[in-house]
Ligand binder design. Structure first.
Ligand code: RRO
Length: 304
């Protein structure tokens, strides 16, 4: 692939501006490696905490119009048990970012330390899961709590820190600005949108947890708006996430201000081949539009 696609985010060199989003294929070193080999410019693990968690009972995932609705409940083996997987993931040749969560800033700090020692190239702080109590968006809806978590992690590790934000707030820029002030290196926008489905035959909520998070094309316009708003307010890179399925989606996010895009739900529908089609599509777009680097299109829509 051409040099046009090479980019750098918070000191991480990426062969292209796509990333495997947290939560999909991020449960083992071998699946992370496969995503990198399929063309992801970087890969992100499932969110890991200090202790293993089983997650919620089934049903945890359901297909809805234009997307997926999930309430997995943070199932993960715990960050300590993931250390060996990281060396396997790194064989894919792309930077490996470990997503971490915690129930306090101390939890985040400890998990970050283990993740950094395991060889993470960067950390993504999950302060945005929409349906697990006392973590995720319960932290990410408060500028003070977000600042506390980011400050704690930055005081412990010397790695780039991405902060993944929830759209389930009145003003996402207020949270983004708090994260930046506290030392965030990059903002990821967005995690899933709090949502629900009810089966009309059984009259029951479909998910065992009742409420979950919506991902996929259904949320793309929300994510584009969030990236656009955050880009205007912060002076660090923004990474877009939410419904990227085609190269046009990826370019749209970049025009809104994203330096890179994360891909998740599209992999569930189309397989890992989406990386190749998106990356090749961005490259042809740049060539046809006479751009020399993908960096030139970041935020271009803000001229209007
Ligand atoms: O595991 C989940 O249920 C989950 C997480 Br951690 C998250 O950040 N976002 C989401 O939609 N589901």
């Amino acid at each position: 692939m051409s040099n046009r696609l090479v980019t750098e985010i918070a000191g991480l060199k990426l062969a292209n501006p796509t990333m495997l989003a947290a939560g999909i294929l991020g449960m083992s070193g071998s699946s992370l490696k496969r995503a990198a080999e399929a063309g992801a410019g970087a890969v992100i693990t499932k969110s890991l905490g200090l202790k293993p968690r089983i997650g919620y009972s089934n049903p945890t995932l359901v297909q809805v119009d234009c997307g997926l609705l999930n309430a997995m409940g943070l199932p993960n083996p715990g960050v300590h048990h993931f250390v060996e997987e990281i060396s396997e993931a790194k064989k894919g040749g792309a930077p490996v970012i470990i997503s971490i969560y915690g129930f306090s800033s101390e939890d985040f700090g400890e998990a970050a330390k283990v993740a950094a020692e395991a060889g993470a190239d960067a950390l993504e702080l999950n302060v945005s899961c929409p349906h697990v109590e006392k973590t995720g968006s319960e932290i990410g809806q408060s500028p003070q709590l977000v600042a506390e978590v980011v400050e704690k992690v930055k005081s412990i590790v010397n790695k780039p820190v991405f902060v993944k934000l929830t759209p389930n707030v009145t003003d996402i820029t207020e949270i983004a600005e708090a994260a930046v002030k506290a030392g965030a290196d990059t903002i990821t926008a967005i995690n899933t949108v709090r949502a629900m489905a009810i089966n009309v035959e059984t009259t029951r909520p479909v998910l065992a947890n009742k409420v979950g998070g919506l991902s996929g094309p259904a949320i793309k316009p929300i994510a584009i708006r969030c990236v656009y708003e955050v880009y205007r307010k912060v002076n660090i890179p923004v990474i877009g996430c939410g419904g990227v399925t085609t190269w046009q989606d990826a370019v749209e996010f970049m025009l809104a201000g994203a330096s890179a895009v994360q891909i998740g739900t599209a992999i569930a529908f189309e397989g890992l081949g989406v990386f190749k089609s998106i990356v090749e599509g961005i490259d042809s777009y740049l060539e046809n539009m006479n751009f020399e680097s993908v960096k030139e299109i970041v935020g271009l829509s803000h001229r209007y």
